[in-house]
Design a protein around this ligand. Structure first.
Ligand code: GDP
Ligand code: MG
Length: 170
């Protein structure tokens, strides 16, 4: 029906931040302590019911390594949504996330729904990036922000649900 929506979604962020783990948690409800690193990119799809609509996410999980950087535009071009992931225990991964946001602001679809995910929220005792800092940054840049844990599943479904709710309806 007309309430069905396909949405291309891309995950970007530093290698090791937990992009693949977030997708695995969302799509299969699983978590691997030794998740293999992604080569190039991997594709998944998952459907979510939101209010009166069904959103089918077409998810591109990218690699994150610098040597694959030139491929990234293929995945974010035409994307309706992006999740930029950092690891709350890594200042460097937060800096890398900000670079991705800049790149999307310059080259991405201007209507793209952008989410900032501070992943590994279960590692509270090793936290280096505060919620306040990330939240302020997200607000300044028009992203919505959530801390997530692919390990415990905290906020993972909510993240995708919030994106689905924000997608422009035809
Ligand atoms: P990617 O390179 O961004 O795709 O990151 P991966 O999904 O491959 O995850 C990198 C490592 O971090 C793996 O060993 C995962 O098991 C681990 N990891 C991912 N998400 C979490 C999380 O929420 N909590 C914890 N404690 N570890 C995580
Ligand atoms: Mg990966």
């Amino acid at each position: 029906g007309h309430n069905n929506l396909n949405a291309k979604l891309v995950l970007l962020g530093d290698m090791g931040a937990g992009k693949s783990s977030l997708v695995l948690r969302f799509v299969k409800g699983q978590f691997l302590e030794f998740q293999e690193s992604t080569i190039g990119a991997a594709f998944f799809s998952q459907t979510l019911a939101v209010n009166d609509a069904t959103v089918k996410f077409e998810i591109w999980d990218t690699a994150g390594q610098e040597r694959y950087h030139s491929l990234a535009p293929m995945y974010y071009r035409g994307a309706a949504a992006a999740i930029i992931v950092y690891d709350i225990t890594s200042i460097d991964s937060f800096a890398r996330a900000k670079k991705w946001v800049l790149e999307l602001q310059k080259q991405g679809n201007p209507n793209m729904v952008m989410a900032l995910a501070g992943n590994k929220a279960d590692l509270e005792d090793k936290k280096k990036v505060t919620v306040e800092e990330a939240h302020a940054y997200a607000e300044e840049n028009g992203l919505f922000f959530m801390e997530t844990s692919a390990k415990t599943a905290i906020n993972v479904n909510d993240l995708f649900y919030e994106i689905a709710k924000r997608l422009p309806r035809a």
